[in-house]
Design a protein around this ligand. Structure first.
Ligand SMILES: [Zn+2]
Length: 237
């Protein structure tokens, strides 16, 4: 691969994926376009984090806006409150969400299908040969987020390849990794975790209670690493 679009949310996962594209896959940083999409998510501070992370690696960063009306009425707790019914953020882990067996409260209807379609259009225009997508095994577990599963990835990878005149490949380096493996990998590649941002509440200092905060803290603890992010008072880091 010589040129790629990396979907960069600014969280720990996509930042680690960016480091893998550069260090493991040997794509020159100047040939990587980091793409952040704003679709009305609460955690839009993540986009500032994405800007910092892309800057750290000296990659180009672009932010595009998807019309938030697409997801209106979807009820996801990660969306800005004026576009949904104002549900409370659940204080639960991904594991609990997955065991719940219904639709995850943080699921945005087919969000990743939309993000990947936009990324593929941009990749074609910019003559990039790959789109990097940071879905991981913990998101996919028990179908917590169906648009993160290997089944979804396989299907949409095929659609991207066929629909782009065989010019764009989907690359998903985190597909079979759990969160703790991603944090460890990022640690080894010296990802600047202090620049990232994961909180679904979109808070800084991070809330420490929403599903992504809980999983992130757990993953650092499991690896006996210190999470450099500032957290709200009382959160055990
Ligand atoms: Zn949080």
């Amino acid at each position: 691969l010589t040129k790629a679009v990396v979907l960069l949310s600014g969280g720990a996962d996509s930042s680690t994926m960016l480091a893998m594209a550069i260090h493991d896959h040997q794509i020159p940083a100047k040939e990587i376009l980091c793409l952040s999409l704003y679709y009305g998510q609460l955690h839009s501070l993540e986009i500032d984090a994405a800007e910092r992370v892309a800057g750290h690696y000296r990659c180009e960063h672009v932010v595009k806006v998807l019309p938030r009306e697409i997801f209106e009425g979807g009820g996801s707790t990660i969306m800005q409150k004026d576009s949904v019914e104002g549900a409370e953020m659940p204080h639960m882990t991904y594991k609990e969400i997955a065991e719940d067996e219904g639709v995850s409260p943080t699921y945005v209807p087919f969000r990743n299908g939309n993000l990947l379609s936009a990324a593929t259009s941009i990749a074609l225009v910019r003559k990039a040969e790959a789109v990097y997508f940071g879905a991981h095994a913990e998101d996919a577990r028990n179908w917590a987020y169906p648009d993160c599963t290997p089944e979804f990835i396989g299907a949409i990878a095929n659609a991207i390849w066929v629909g782009s005149y065989h010019k764009v490949r989907l690359v998903t380096p985190l597909e079979w990794m759990m969160k703790k493996d991603i944090i460890w990998k990022g640690h080894k590649l010296q990802v600047p975790f202090e620049l990232t941002m994961s909180c679904y509440e979109g808070l800084s200092p991070a809330c420490g209670k929403c599903p992504t905060c809980v999983e992130r803290l757990e993953a650092f603890k499991t690896n006996r690493l210190h999470d450099p992010l500032p957290y709200a008072e009382g959160v055990l880091v």
